[in-house]
Design a protein around this ligand. Structure first.
Ligand code: ATP
Ligand code: MG
Ligand code: MG
Ligand code: MG
Length: 354
């Protein structure tokens, strides 16, 4: 009998559309080649308002490739916890939700409660990986080099008596310009700004605070952007290293999701020692957040000094056919459909509660 895979996608996140694309690619891979005999895919869709939809609507969304919009009759309802009855049949979950409410441990906690195995990192590591402040603390503890940064809480921006000017003074004195202002818990560069002046800093902090209570401001580095994919549980492996190039100011949302704005170079042209160093750092970072299954780890390579700095880990990276994560594994010798198969096997290996 085939294993029933619950492909969970969509989600209350700015990366909802990306999740639909990722799920389309994974569903396709589970229905092709040797996977056909092993797996039966049952898609489940989380609307932007958090409501779960079962197989029928989920299949429509996959076919259309665009969101199912909340209906009028759903207005004001909080039936987030009414699962489609088909959920009880699932043998293993494959959540492919990106960003808040999906990549951050919330859904992982729920799947643990269901006592069904699931692909990817459990709640703790997902939450640590998503929150850039917690992540940086874990990385620092593991001895991983990173850019200088300052943690900011929303209350420092809107407090009375006003501590905001002092905060900006501290950022200017410690980090200088350009610096990057980010909401701590987001992805796809949403809410991120590169700032070059006091006025831009103030606007960026105010804007980032509309996304999250927790913010981070980082010193800007001039570096090549390289990424490494990790696959496995306690004995995880690292892929070849890929590079992202673009002509825009930084790798912002528009550059990420407008065709032709960025190029992925796989493998990146790097000295062997740097490649090895990046791969070792990727595995260290994965362990530092107690990752499981998969992650994409992003780095800055400062060519002038030969320095490699870790930027971040993404525990549920983009998974479309053209995304960096599956492409890195394809170049390492694991084609897309085999990658999906291995991820499910890794979930079963880990079982529940471990
Ligand atoms: P993802 O979609 O990979 O989850 P994210 O929203 O978590 O992205 P980051 O990876 O932290 O955001 O930053 C987005 C981009 O902003 C980087 O790829 C890089 O182009 C630029 N960037 C971020 N921080 C810095 C920095 N400290 N110095 C230079 N560039 C930076
Ligand atoms: Mg990220
Ligand atoms: Mg991300
Ligand atoms: Mg990133």
């Amino acid at each position: 009998t085939k294993l029933k895979v619950g492909l969970l996608f969509g989600g209350c996140s700015g990366e909802h559309e990306v999740s639909i694309s990722s799920a389309r690619a994974i569903a396709q891979a589970l229905k092709s080649g040797e996977n056909t005999n092993k797996y039966e895919v049952l898609p489940f869709y989380i609307q932007k308002n958090g409501i779960w939809q079962g197989v029928e609507i989920a299949q429509q969304v996959l076919a259309a490739g665009s969101p199912y919009l909340p209906t009028d009759e759903q207005q004001g309802k909080h039936n987030l916890w009414q699962f489609p009855s088909q959920a009880s049949e699932i043998d293993v979950w494959f959540p492919i939700l990106h960003g808040p409410n999906g990549e951050d441990g919330t859904v992982q906690g729920l799947l643990k409660l269901m006592q069904v195995p699931f692909v990817g990192t459990p709640a703790l590591g997902s939450a640590v990986g998503m929150d850039k402040l917690a992540m940086k603390t874990a990385f620092a503890q593991a001895g991983l080099p990173q850019v200088k940064y300052i943690a900011v809480n929303r209350s420092q921006i809107y407090s009375n008596p006003c501590v905001f000017p002092k905060l900006c003074d501290e950022i200017e004195a410690t980090l200088g310009y350009p610096c990057f202002v980010k909401p701590a818990n987001l992805g796809s560069s949403v809410g991120i700004a590169k700032v070059r002046s006091r006025a831009q800093l103030e606007t960026a902090l105010d804007n980032a605070a509309s996304y999250d209570r927790r913010l981070i401001v980082e010193a800007g580095v001039v570096a090549r952007e390289v990424e490494c994919a990790v696959l496995g549980n306690d004995q995880a492996k690292a892929s070849v290293v890929g590079e992202i190039t673009y002509t825009s100011d930084f790798y912002d949302y528009q550059t990420k999701y407008t065709a032709g704005q960025a190029d992925l170079i796989i493998p990146a042209s790097l000295p062997d020692a740097i490649t090895t160093q990046i791969q070792e750092m990727a595995i260290k970072a994965f362990a530092a957040v107690d990752g499981a299954g998969l992650a994409r780890v992003d780095f800055f390579y400062v060519e002038q000094t030969g320095e490699v700095l870790i930027n971040e880990i993404n525990t549920l990276p983009g998974f479309t056919t053209t995304s960096m994560y599956p492409q890195l594994w394809a170049a390492t010798g694991i084609p897309f459909s085999e990658l999906v198969d291995q991820l499910i096997q890794l979930a079963l290996e880990r079982k529940v509660n471990s």
